[in-house]
Design a protein around this ligand. Structure first.
Ligand code: PLP
Length: 390
């Protein structure tokens, strides 16, 4: 049965491997590093890729294949490959596609380790990166060079929750024959499908909302099958594969992704509305608040506003630190997209080593607080934020 015409919730649940002789209802866990061959001819044909089958779990495994197939269906992608972490997905995708001397044009605010990859490691192989301001996407073309191969962005961005117009990025990539790669981690495949707007590849850190319960690490890249083929060949030789156990956990998580995301977003909107009316809050950024500068773009490309709310606390760094100290219910953690609400104050923690100027270049103001709204009773989360803001 083809799942292409089914709803996204059904795709997340009903994509199923063939059943074993036990006719199990739930997909079993295939904890095996390798698979056996019938005879010499079977082994020859398998290695020659004349048949599609599992050989070794670094290449593929039934559990990772099932997980990848679900993500492909939900994102409208041709093919994909699953990784041990989101960063393994980011690194392997770039490393598989780029040659020495080539160039990336990236949004200025991207995930910290992705930025480190561009700024510190890729230059070793003569791969360079230019950055455009996420609030000035009209300047993107100024950064494109004859050797530019990839256009890269995240939307919504971390931690400032800025929105990039994916349709615009798709048009620019097409015009200049660039590969458009979008890290869709904050939106999840339920809220936003970048391929629809012209992305060639979509990356997820499955560690965040896809697992959604703070248990396992994982990553996945899906998109154009010719590009995925390169990424697959690179990865089957370099070894960043997702473990079958984590793939099994993540595939189970996908079954509840739509209902979880609905609730995360309902809670996040309530938290954003509460913060917008609080006297000690200077400003709030949430994609589905009318006050968001890119509200119209968010409405065009996102089904819901996501679970991340950013706000500016009055009083700068000192107020941010005090706010964290007074938090009781929410967690202080570097993760996000968990059932448990999490608050961070980047200027005094994750980004404290940067100068103010460097922080501002990645949209981190002194009073910026990021809330990853979880699935607790939302009034309890609001009460916690309220008492900490006093
Ligand atoms: C967390 C995150 C990553 C990295 O994922 P890991 O699973 O932690 O390696 C990449 N991109 C974004 C936007 C993230 O939030």
């Amino acid at each position: 049965m083809s799942n292409q015409n089914l709803g996204l919730e059904t795709q997340a649940i009903r994509t199923q491997l063939e059943r074993t002789q036990y006719l199990e209802h739930s997909v079993p866990l295939y904890l095996t590093s390798s698979f056996i061959f019938e005879d010499a001819e079977d082994m020859r044909a398998s290695f020659a890729e004349e048949k599609e089958r599992n050989i070794y779990s670094r290449f593929s495994n039934p559990n990772t294949s099932e997980f990848v197939e679900k993500i492909c269906q939900m994102e409208g992608a041709e093919d994909g490959y699953a990784f041990a972490t989101g960063m393994a997905a980011v690194y392997s995708t770039f490393a598989a596609l780029l040659n020495s001397g080539e160039h990336i044009v990236s949004a200025s605010s991207v995930f910290g380790s992705t930025h480190t990859l561009f700024a510190k490691y890729f230059p070793r192989w003569n791969i360079t990166t230019s950055y455009f301001d996420v609030n000035q996407p009209e300047t993107i073309e100024n950064y494109i060079q004859p050797n530019t191969k990839i256009l890269y962005a995240e939307s919504p961005t971390n931690p400032a929750v800025d929105i990039l117009d994916l349709e615009l990025l798709g048009k620019i990539a097409k015009k200049h024959n660039l590969i458009l790669i979008v890290d869709n981690c904050f939106a999840t495949p339920y809220i936003q499908n970048p391929i629809q707007f012209g992305a060639d590849l979509v990356i997820h850190s499955a560690t965040k909302l896809i697992d959604g319960q703070g248990r396992v690490l994982g990553g996945v890249t899906v998109g154009r099958s010719d590009l995925i083929r390169e990424i697959y060949l690179f990865s089957r030789n370099t070894g960043p594969a997702l473990s079958p156990f984590n793939a099994w956990v993540l595939s189970k998580s996908l079954e509840t992704l739509p209902v979880r995301i609905e609730k995360h977003c309902e809670n996040a909107l309530k938290v954003a509305e509460f913060l917008e009316n609080h006297p000690n809050v200077a400003s709030v950024k949430y994609p589905f608040l009318k006050s968001h500068p890119q509200y119209e773009v968010a409405k065009k490309q996102m089904k819901l506003g996501g679970n991340i709310v950013a706000f500016e606390i009055k009083g700068g760094i000192e107020s941010g630190r005090k706010f964290l100290d007074k938090i009781k219910l929410c967690s202080l953690s570097a993760n996000l997209g968990d059932t448990r609400s999490i608050v961070t104050h980047p200027a005094s923690t994750t980004h404290s080593k940067l100068t103010e100027e460097e922080r501002l270049a990645v949209s981190i103001t002194d009073g910026l607080v990021r809330v990853s709204v979880g699935l607790e009773t939302v009034q309890d989360v609001i009460n916690d934020l309220k008492q900490a803001l006093e």
